[in-house]
Design a protein around this ligand. Sequence first.
Ligand code: AMP
Length: 586
Amino acid sequence: MFDIIRKSPANWQVPPNLLDYDALCRSFDWASARRAMAGLPGGGLNIAHEAVSRHVVEGRGGRIALRHLGRDGAVSEVSFAMLDEAASRFANVLESLGVARGEAVFSLSGRLPAFYSAAVGTLKRGAVFCPLFSAFGPEPIRARLEIGRGVCLVTTRMLFQCKVAPILDALPGLRVVLLIDGEAGDERGQVRALPRLMDAAAARYSAAATSPEDHALMHFTSGTTGKPKGAVLVHDAVVAQSATARYALDLHEGDIFWCTADPGWVTGMSYGVIAPLVCGVTSIVDEMEFDAERWYAIIENHKVAVWYTAPTAIRMLMKVGAEVAGKHDLRSLRFLASVGEPLNPEAVVWSQRTFGRPFHDNWWQTETGGIMIANFAALPVKPGSMGRPLPGIEAAIVERTPRGIRVVEQPDVDGELALKAGWPSMFRGYLGEDERYRKCFADGWYLTGDLARRDRDGYYWFVGRSDDVIKTAGHLVGPFEVESALMEHPAVAEAAVIGKPDEVAGNTIKAFVALKAGHEASPALERDLMAHARRRLGPAVAPREIAFRDNLPKTRSGKIMRRLLRARELGLPEGDISTLESDEKK
Ligand code: AMP
């Protein structure tokens, strides 16, 4: 249905880092990738050293690490040397406050330079950094600080007053709260003004002599289902995060890079902080939220070369239309990538038409710590496919059996996506939930909980979360396939599909649809959509019902919450909705 998008070397402004996929897969090994790290002067590995101090030691301290675009329109730049110094001061502040190696430092902040110095400074100290979404309400913050045994929280005055002050008494383990914009008058109890402490702290700090297996990061994930779990990553993760950024995001030293992810999501840390710093690129740090006009202006004004965003944002850009993009000079864009949710083929084709380049979908999870499957700059893109495994990553489609798993060798079969355990950024546990962690592995494979299929060319196609898949009249239907077909209709901006129990069919398929600007919900449009879906999918897989909505409920990282749509449809409990965007909460 959608043509393969082939790349022509004649169009490459800069040759991609990965040119010969098969050759690199054969020659690549993690031990060599690890040798590309600087390592600590006295031995050991520390992410902060690789990301920032190394550049200073090697004479690149004057380069710009961050270009911060503030809410007030002010633009400020932070060099690697400035970030290194701020991180050192922060590490000294932690030490002076008694925050020990291995203890957890949480952040609750938007995209502010202080977030970066807190993250890097915490790693320098050898403590564990755990970013939270700043849009969380008090209860999800409390639950995560408690599960993650947070001893220190870095936040702003405003967020503190609204969200943390009410729960402070319930968190006896939280010994100190550092206010990024705090003043002397704010200091009471465990609350401290960070600027004052930073000014008083020494500007040098030698990174803690952490080993590759020491805990470095913790990310809470509830995915689109279930209760939050704290996935732990180690310092060795930097080996995979930097290698994958070079191959799957095609980062070249000196690039202007824009990762739009929220700092509270794993993408905001792995590819918003760590990987771009290690790769020596300049990151755009935009404090504001999505706005199509402003986003295009950022790309134009700051000459963004590599842009990493999510399907929700791409669909919103599609919703406002290509004319808005046409008003800007976007020729600086060299490579576009997307993650977090399936990227509908329609969006890939739209991007090729609008920007002259496709969005390159890639797949990973909090638990994998880095990109595992990707479309690459030099390789053909099959719209709708999430691409091929990264060098060093062995992926497979497997079937669970009573005694373990069976690897499905033949192509084009739906099954669970599994990864051979052992890559450096693989999570090392769910905090306090050993049994839950153990259950993620079988026969040396990590089982992702996602269903996918691999085609004859080795490209992987996302089918659905195993808990979102619908069994209807004997067919297993992945919601993505139905949603993508609906999105091909010119009126549809977004679609989400659920199964509804049915005595005859087991389940019937219901679709929720948000329309593009200029289209009105009507019985005629509903009939037209039904007919379109039947033509594309056949009657067994096409939705039986279609409901129109202004917006679909999404998590803060942009994933459509099908579980919630289903619960609301069937009158079931809504479960954990702490990651739901607030305007969708009822
Ligand atoms: P999280 O850990 O919150 O980042 O969520 C990971 C989940 O997001 C994966 O297990 C997938 O279900 C989904 N996901 C991430 N990237 C993709 C992608 N490119 N295509 C389809 N699903 C994706």
